[in-house]
Design a protein around this ligand. Structure first.
Ligand SMILES: Cc1cc2nc3c(=O)[nH]c(=O)nc-3n(C[C@H](O)[C@H](O)[C@H](O)COP(=O)(O)OP(=O)(O)OC[C@H]3O[C@@H](n4cnc5c(N)ncnc54)[C@H](O)[C@@H]3O)c2cc1C
Length: 462
């Protein structure tokens, strides 16, 4: 067999599974169709680390609660930003009051700590600027915000350093059962393995496996607000309504998100009107960007009905999947370990290579790093203060960036308010130089997203 385990899909869950399995003496590869890992995690993700209180299913509530605790540990271990940010869920009528009470009682029964059901008036002590009528408020101090793709990249880097082979730009086309395992065919290779962990949405028609289609549960509209409104609130505020709700919070990047979940697909003006009723201070000129996405509330299933044959599939999409990821990965890992009867590695290294972020350093630290490498003294992205040294590191690291989007996600270069109008050319030049490619071969994030289409022949000698 080429591999003990093949993980299909390099999204957040695939990378987390690869990381957990890399602790064991197994020969593992991960296959991802895109140029980069965690490329499908939306850049504008709510990025909330939930604690399961809004979850109706006990099992998913438990996965969220367990994931919540692990993510806090991981953010420390992998040196990725995590900000504690309590959630306030407010009820505004009798019907919602009863539902909120039920939510509280169920959560207490599930063993969730650090939550309180308060009288509506208390909300103004926690949030003096909130200008809405509230009957009751469910206050949870367990929640936070994170950068989901930074978590995925960290999982991937540590898995890579512990021997997982990452096969990027390889699309899985078919899987067939062979004696004691599977044959997986991609657009480039054929591999054999003892077990397949499928984290992609595809089902590949495996005999005896029944997949369930993901259902869309509504629409999510995001308003990204400039830093000016940051002082308005400090917690994450949810309105209580299952079909249509609003939530707003300061993000980890120091701007501010107002999100609206609706059943119907509403346009910008209609969304703005609804949000404006909730936050009258919100002016259109404060809105920096507007994004749209689907909202999913499917049950996440770790389907191991074919585990005796060596196949596990993660099925379903859910608004809290980032939060559940560490617990999903650990559960899958336990199943694989007991199935393949493998042992922990003695030389597993759980440390991520150091990252230096110029904008977070003191002047002393900056001087020290510049004296070691002058490229840390050359600012490329003025908005987010990202240096050439950081961009080069993001390319040279394990599973380094190969696209402009990959650099943005790893360093923040190009994600500022000028929308990369100042730094894009510089980033493209550095990427071409570091990867030994022509400028015209550099892409934003996929094959069809070239930044520069052609050379102008007059400038050929330049
Ligand atoms: C708008 C939005 C907001 C969200 N907000 C939150 C939040 O606040 N809190 C929270 O906890 N969760 C949140 N989530 C959920 C979470 O971000 C995602 O559900 C989660 O990242 C999905 O990870 P995944 O690995 O399952 O899937 P994906 O990221 O889709 O990964 C699947 C991977 O498989 C690859 N692939 C597909 N087909 C093939 C193939 N044939 N061969 C090889 N590779 C293939 C894809 O390229 C992809 O990289 C949000 C989701 C969305 C969309």
């Amino acid at each position: 067999m080429d591999y003990d385990v093949l993980v299909l899909g390099g999204g957040l869950i695939g990378c987390a599974v690869a990381y957990e399995l890399s602790k064991y003496s197994l020969n593992i590869a991960l296959i991802e169709k895109d140029y980069d890992i965690v490329d499908d995690v939306a850049l504008v993700n709510s990025a909330i680390i939930y604690d399961g209180i809004q979850c109706q299913s006990d099992i998913m509530g438990k996965l969220e609660l367990m994931g919540n605790a692990i993510i806090k540990e991981l953010s420390h271990k992998f040196n990725i930003p995590y900000k504690k940010q309590p959630i306030l869920i407010v009820s505004q009528n009798e019907d919602e009051d009863t539902k909120l009470e039920n939510m509280y009682n169920t959560s207490i029964k599930r063993g969730v700590c650090n939550i309180s059901l308060l009288d509506g008036k208390c909300v103004y002590e926690l949030e003096p600027n909130l200008n809405i009528k509230t009957n009751k408020v469910l206050y949870s101090q367990n929640t936070g915000v994170i950068s989901p793709y930074e978590l995925g990249i960290a999982y991937g880097e540590v898995a890579f350093d512990n021997g997982v082979a990452f096969k990027l730009e390889e699309k899985v086309e078919s899987i067939s059962k062979i004696n004691k395992g599977f044959k997986v065919e991609t657009n480039k290779n054929k591999f054999t393995c003892r077990m397949v962990i499928n984290t992609t949405p595809e089902d590949y028609n495996i005999d005896g496996f029944k997949d369930v289609d993901c259902e869309v549960d509504g629409y999510l509209k995001y308003f990204v607000i400039d830093k000016g409104l940051k002082k308005y609130i400090s917690n994450t505020i949810f309105s209580y309504d299952k079909d249509e709700f609003i939530y707003f919070y300061p993000t980890i990047k120091e701007n501010y998100i107002v999100a609206l979940k609706t059943k119907e697909d509403l346009n910008y003006e209609k969304c703005y009107k609804k949000i404006n009723k909730f936050i009258p201070e919100l002016r259109t000129e404060d809105i920096h960007a507007f994004y749209e996405s689907f909202f999913y509330d499917n049950t996440i299933r770790i389907d191991d009905s074919l585990v005796d044959k060596g196949y596990i599939k993660v099925a379903g999409k859910n608004y809290a999947e980032v939060t559940m990821t560490p617990s999903i990965a650990k559960t899958i890992c336990e199943t694989v370990v007991s199935n393949l009867n493998c042992k922990l590695k003695s030389d597993f290294n759980d440390k991520r290579r150091e990252i230096y972020k110029f904008r977070d350093m003191s002047n002393e630290e900056r001087q020290k790093i510049i004296s070691l490498d002058k490229r840390y003294g050359k600012i490329i992205c003025l908005c987010n203060m990202v240096t050439e040294g950081e961009i080069i590191d993001s390319i040279r690291r394990p599973l380094g960036a190969r696209t402009v989007e990959g650099i943005k996600r790893r360093t923040g270069a190009g994600a500022g308010s000028c929308r990369s109008s100042y730094c894009l050319n510089k980033i493209v030049s550095i990427l071409a130089r570091e990867t030994n490619k022509n400028l015209t071969d550099i892409v934003k994030d996929s094959k069809k997203s070239k930044i520069l289409l052609n050379r102008i022949k007059e400038f050929d000698e330049m």
